[in-house]
Design a protein around this ligand. Structure first.
Ligand SMILES: [Ca+2]
Ligand SMILES: [Ca+2]
Ligand SMILES: [Ca+2]
Length: 225
């Protein structure tokens, strides 16, 4: 355990872990896209229809997060993160988890808040072919949520370079089968979603931006309830 804590205190190793992880995430995404028929989605409408379910799944995860955030300060520590992974019946090694944790700490804020947990789980589901100990778990929604998030990204990232650009978004809108032809509303919603997700406004959406957008939408959704 000392080794892990030692590594976490070194910014240089954090940076190495982070760039290695981003490379691995990019490659995993490429593999998914090149696997062909990697996404069950055939239209933007079909994908957008899944969004409310995704929000529900992430809300469920938020409840779990709050249970493990014992002092209710909005962040969980390393040990609590391990407990959440065990609770979700995820098959992980301390090394894998430490790499993900390091990459999440890159912004200088200590501890894992809810958005970072979503990010960490998204990366984990993408990188691991069989992320769960057993599929007989009690939390099928969480597994389904992350698989759907990956499927949605794969559907939009047409060339599999790990980013969704505006052209790919337009292509996804156009290519719907005729019976699922996108309406003008869908196009507007999809393009607005694109703008919201491209947080740094650099013209493309990374998997990280994609995942973080959902955590922001949960908060907005909560405000209206
Ligand atoms: Ca806490
Ligand atoms: Ca792309
Ligand atoms: Ca961006």
């Amino acid at each position: 355990m000392g080794g892990i804590w030692g590594r976490l205190s070194s910014p240089l190793s954090q940076m190495r872990a982070s760039s290695k992880l981003h490379m691995m995430v990019g490659e995993a995404m490429k593999r998914r896209v090149s696997a062909g028929g990697g996404s069950p989605f055939r239209s933007i409408d079909g994908m957008l229809m899944k969004f409310p379910k995704l929000i529900e799944g992430l809300k469920e995860l938020h409840i779990i997060f709050d249970q493990f955030d014992k002092d209710s300060n909005g962040t969980i520590n390393w040990e609590e993160l391990r407990q959440i992974f065990s609770y979700l019946q995820l098959k992980f090694s301390d090394q894998t988890l430490a790499n993900l944790y390091d990459a999440c700490e890159m912004d200088g804020h200590k501890g894992i808040n809810f958005a970072k947990l979503v990010l960490l789980l998204g990366w984990f589901h993408l990188l691991e072919d069989h992320p769960y100990e057993s599929h007989a778990g009690d939390l099928p929604h969480i597994e389904g949520t992350f698989n759907t998030l990956i499927d949605a990204f794969v559907f939009l990232d047409k060339n599999g370079d790990g980013y969704i650009n505006r052209k790919e978004m337009v292509q996804a809108i156009k290519e719907a089968p005729s019976k699922e032809k996108s309406s003008k509303d869908t196009k507007d919603i999809a393009m607005n979603r694109f703008k919201e997700m491209d947080c740094d406004k650099n013209g493309h959406i990374s998997f990280k931006e994609f995942l973080l957008a959902f955590t922001r939408w949960i908060e907005i959704n909560d405000d209206y309830q």
